[in-house]
Structure formats: C-alpha cells, structure tokens
Design a protein around this ligand. Sequence first.
Ligand code: PLP
Length: 385
Amino acid sequence: MNKNKDTEAEKISKPLMKVPYTNFKQQYESIGKEILSAITPILASGDFVMGDSVKKFEKDFADYSQCKYAIGVANGTDALFLSLKALGIGPGDEVITPPNSFLATAGAIIAAGAKPVFVDVREDYNIDPELIEKAITPKTRAILPVHLTGRPVDMEPIMNIAKKHKLFVVEDAAQAVGAEYKGKKVGSFGDAAGFSLHPLKNLNIAGDGGLITTSSDELYKKLSLLHNHGLKNRDECECWGFNSRLDSIHARIALVKLKHIDNWTGKIRKIAKTYAKELKGIKGISYVPVDKPYEKAVYHTFIIQCDKRDELQQYLLKKGIGTKIHYPIPIHLQKSAASLGYKPGDFPMTETQAKRILSLPIYPELTEEQIRLVIKEIKGFYKGK
Ligand SMILES: *Cc1c(COP(=O)(O)O)cnc(C)c1O
C-alpha cells in the first residue's frame, strides 16, 4: 500500500528523526513478552484458522464495541465489502459515502458491484449530514459514513435520514476503535460496521486483519457463511462465499492489545488536547481538531489545516519531525474513479482540505519532550512567515 511507503527523503533522514511519524518498536518493547507468550502455543497447536482464539476475540471485541456480534475477517476492506454483500447491495445500487476517505471505502463499494455516490464533508473531515438527502436517488440503498481520523461521525441525523428513506447504514470504523458518539461506541449505530486491524490503525496486529460488528441475528448468520466459503459446517455449503478470515495468531495479538487499548487511547487523547491547546490561534493554522462535548475521538490521526502545508512539512522533516498527508488526492479525483464522472470543484471542502491538511505524529509512546518539540517547531515556522 502506497500510503505506507516512506519517501526517499524520509528514508534517508530516518536515523536522525527526533519524532518519527510512527513508532512500532516502542510499543513492541512494552508488550512484546505478552505477545510472544500469547502466540507461542498456537504455533505448536496447528489451530491457525477459525479456532477458539478467534471466537474469544470476536466475543471480547463485540462486548467492547457494544454490539451483539463481531466477525473476524481478512482486512478492513473486506469487512465493508462483505457487509454490503450481506445486505444484498450490488449492481445497480448506489451507496453514499465521503470522497476524502482512504481509497478502500469506495473500493469496497465498487467491489460489491455498486456505485459510490460522494457527499462532501464538514470542517472536521466527516460527512456532512445536511448534504446527504440531496444525493439520494431511487437507486440509493445505503449510507456508508466514515469515522475519519478516529472522530465519530454525526450519527444521529444520519440514522434519521436512513430511517426516513429506508436505507441501510454501514459504518466505516477502520480508524475508530473505541470512539464514542453521545456515550455510545462507533460501530454500534448502523446495520453493520467495518473495523481494520492493519498495523497503522490504533488496535493493530502484525499484518492484515479486520472485523465486522452487527447486532442483527440475520446479518450475523449471513456474514458467518459469506466470509467462510458459504460453509454451514465442514462439508455443507449454503451459498457461494469468500475466503476472508482472521488468523488465530492475529486474534491472539489483538486480544493482548485490546486489554491495553483504553490506556493507549487515553494517552493519545491527552496528546491531542495538548496539541490543540498549543496550536490553536497560530496565524497560518486554520483548524485544529477538538472534541465536541458529545464526542470521544480516538485520534487515529491528528490532522491540522494550515497555510504553506508542503513548506511546513519539509521544514519539520529537516527538524527531524515526521508528518504525513491523509490523503493528498481525494477519491473522486483518482484515475480509478474517472468513470464515476466527477470533476475538480465537485466537493469544495474535501478539495480545499486536501491542499491544507497535515497529520502530526500521535501515538501513546510520544514523550513530553517530543510533543513540545513538534509544537515549538510549528510555532517557529509560522513566526518566520
Ligand atoms: C485502513 C482503512 C480501510 C481499510 O482497511 P484495511 O484493513 O487496510 O483493508 C478502510 N477505510 C478506512 C477509513 C481506513 O483507514
């Protein structure tokens, strides 16, 4: 995946990085022993696929997400794709979604055979509920909001619109494990939700993995078949399906990390608060993320909007601070999306943001000193302007 590839400049400067954008080593150092003792028994057991560890993780994750069921799948993209499939969404259908997400959101809709219909976002990067009704056509079957950056989408108006127009709701919660909206966990609002366990997500494993959550008995039954070849039991196949499963080893890693996730999220939220407090009001920075009173964001990313973005990014890199852009090209302007018929100017908020957004380093292991340095260098950059 391209988003994970470091630029040449970053590679060369990495050993000198004072604040790298990600830091896997430190997390592993803190829980490595726990992980090794959790996965070692699996290696000797041969219980690699569809085992008890997966069942246990599914149960714990469902409880954590305040849903009746969770189903482990191969990745977050499959979680969305299979949810749409299980809801019977396919060719001829339209699904409403924002154009500023990671590509996989729209990709999952396309993979299901349906058409993504984009709706612009608010300042906080999440779909604007006030623009949704205008995008509904007789072909619309579902809304697929994305809890981008780990901030919960404004779900109440979306659920009302869905009810009024008899649409399904599938939440893309890939970036938002543990986020809450009005006291309720994301992933528990829609008919189904997709989560990702990709290494760059807040709850991550040593490779690809994902989860679907749902509280519908019927949908759970369908998804249990669909993600495992349509098999009812070892020998009997009810329907054609797919091979999309979470491995036992990964389930064991995820079980270990699930125990730590609230602690990690607490630390991340504290860093976000410090960043927001210190960066707000700087001339040149037009937006810093903060929680609304009814939100609990988990800050998968901390994305500011700023003047001279590329210049600031290069400046910070020279100072040993890694940053990223999530995402520089909106989905509707990707080559792959040409046949959908969109053009520049269709989604002003998304397109303006794409030129101004910058993701700052944010992970539980960041030290006070590192946080101060990021703030100091950003202030220093704009002081000179
Ligand atoms: C990562 C991500 C996905 C896809 O998850 P994978 O596990 O990488 O397939 C989907 N949507 C969003 C918003 C994501 O960030």
